[in-house]
Design a protein around this ligand. Structure first.
Ligand code: UD1
Length: 353
């Protein structure tokens, strides 16, 4: 049983589900953490994802309520379906609830994207990553760093370095992304920055939110900002508006985001997945956080940490404009076959003896 619920999980699910279904029967559960058409359905149709067998309809809420509701609903489904294994992906509240619900029922857990650490326990994602890893039986690590992080916490059994499923997705879809007509008018390839902003530590802190928006509004090229509903709501509540060459657009589907990233002068983001996608697509990234769990992207200046400080953000953009960094993105996140490796290991683990 695969449990997904939030946008980045739908991207990871695309290569994974395809591979899993070549080897085992997959029951797909959508928790409903993300429910807007643009945040969920658009991904299922564009990536031809199988329809969920179960939809829990959990919706938004504070962390405890969301995780609690998911746990409760999922427990009932797990008892009914009695899967041989539960597969969770990434680091969202859906990941945590899926892993906990299964572990409490004695059902083995497989965690895809195991071993990532930002070493900042104030991030809800770091809590989710740690707890999930510690109750997992199979831990699928994208990189050697992730394997080392787990070893440092005493986790050595069931650890497999397989590469990264998001890298599988980039390889599979980048050409198709480049062929489709442009969805946003008035921006030419190489003439704009792409920004995203949704992390709790940025979106829910009025000062940081105003600082980042100010920094983006001051950039000298047009900046496209597909706006996450959380950030949109905070901006509205605080009366914050885009200024300068900053352009707000609705959340974009996956293929459009790949294309926008590939053709941008630079990506400015607080997303984890986009740091990696920008790296794989050869676009410099400026990360609007103090830490990153994707430490490989920092090598050679491909990615720079700038936090929410307008001066640091401006300096990082200037550095990238002065001398565009070059790096070889091949292999860092695997060879594009992570999902197939994961599926084989899972199939071997659940096969009746
Ligand atoms: C979640 C993940 C985060 C991931 C992100 C990708 C956790 C703790 N965080 O953050 O790691 O990077 O997904 O997007 O799980 N909302 C809507 N419509 C939706 C979804 C959300 O309006 O379809 C609004 C709601 O006001 C909600 C808020 O966004 O309260 C936050 O949503 P939530 O799922 O709690 O966290 P994300 O910020 O999306």
């Amino acid at each position: 049983m695969t449990v997904v619920g939030a946008r980045p999980q739908f991207v990871k699910l695309a290569p994974l589900s395809r591979a899993l279904r070549r080897h085992v029967r997959e029951v797909l559960v959508h928790t409903g953490q993300h429910y807007d058409r643009e945040m969920s359905d658009a991904f299922f149709s564009e990536l031809s994802l199988p329809s969920p067998d179960r939809h829990l309809g959990v919706g938004s809420g504070p962390h405890g309520r969301m995780t609690g509701r998911t746990l409760e609903a999922l427990e009932a489904v797990l008892v009914e379906e009695a899967p041989a294994m539960v597969v969770v992906l990434g680091d969202t509240n859906t990941t945590l609830a899926g892993a906990l619900a299964a572990a409490k029922l004695g059902i083995p857990v497989a965690h895809v994207e195991a071993g990532l650490r930002s070493f900042d326990m104030r991030m809800p994602e770091e809590v989710n990553r740690k707890v999930t890893d510690h109750v997992s039986d199979l831990l699928f690590c994208p990189t050697p760093t992730a394997v080392r992080n787990l070893a440092r916490e005493g986790i050595r059994r069931g650890v497999h370095r397989v590469g990264d499923v998001m890298a599988d997705a980039v390889r599979a879809w980048r050409r198709r992304a480049q062929r489709r007509p442009r969805a946003i008018e008035g921006i030419a390839p190489g003439a704009y920055y792409l920004a995203t902003l949704h992390r709790q530590e940025n979106a829910d802190d009025p000062r940081r939110l105003a600082d980042v928006l100010g920094a983006l509004s001051a950039l000298r090229h047009p900046t496209v900002l597909p706006l996450h509903p959380r950030t949109a709501r905070r901006m509205e509540a605080l009366g914050l508006k885009a200024a300068g060459l900053l352009r707000l657009v609705p959340p974009q589907p996956y293929l459009e985001m790949l294309r926008l990233q590939a053709e941008a002068r630079a990506v400015l983001t607080d997303s984890g997945g986009m740091q990696k996608e920008a790296y794989l697509l050869g676009t410099p990234c400026i990360t609007l956080r103090e830490t990153t769990e994707w430490v490989e992207t920092l090598r050679g200046g491909a990615n720079r940490l700038a936090g929410a400080d307008p001066r640091r953000i401006a300096r990082a953009v200037a550095a990238v404009e002065r001398k565009r960094p070059h790096w070889d993105p091949r292999r860092t996140y695997g060879d594009g076959h992570a999902a197939e490796r994961i599926a084989r290991i899972i199939a071997a683990a659940v096969r009746p003896r």
